[in-house]
Design a protein around this ligand. Sequence first.
Ligand SMILES: [Cu+2]
Length: 198
Amino acid sequence: MNSNNPYGGNHAYLDTSVGLQTMVWHNWYYWMNRMNSGGSYWFYPKGRSMTYAKIKGGPLAPHINGMVYFIDVPGGTEVCINVSGLPPYQPATKDKDPIGPHGFHIHEVGICEVGDPKEPFQSAGEHWNPDNQPHGNHASDFPVIFSNNGSARMCFFTNRFKPWDVIGKSVLIHESPDDYRTQPAGDAGRRLACGVIQ
Ligand SMILES: [Cu+2]
């Protein structure tokens, strides 16, 4: 009898759970290792299988540094972010939104120019919204990023686009959380970091 199996006995449960876990971790480490080991892995014999954006912090959070990967998977895209240098969490006050967790979106213009240092990255435009949905259901509405002493790692699946659909757009990290209902951008506050998808 295997003690890891809550159902007891030699049940298919175990196989499935281990298989799934292996798949998730395999995916992350596989791609991280490929990313880190040279420049020639973006292309496969069958065609390009992922796109990416290098994220850099602007004047409000100059230490932010990281990558976002858009990986082609069956039925959609796996989006992975690996970022450091996020500002410390600050709870909301009566007249100020909280700092963190951080709104995270694709914006429609792939230009990361600081512009006004008090309202940086207006150059990236509004949310990418190819099927004209309300905010909360934009193809570009992503889960918020939770900082772990300034660093964050997250992967999630979306069926709303393929990696090559977002080339030439930008990814943005905001100062405040997305509420997924305020139009048109979830009240996520100022733009801390930006990266062009390539
Ligand atoms: Cu945004």
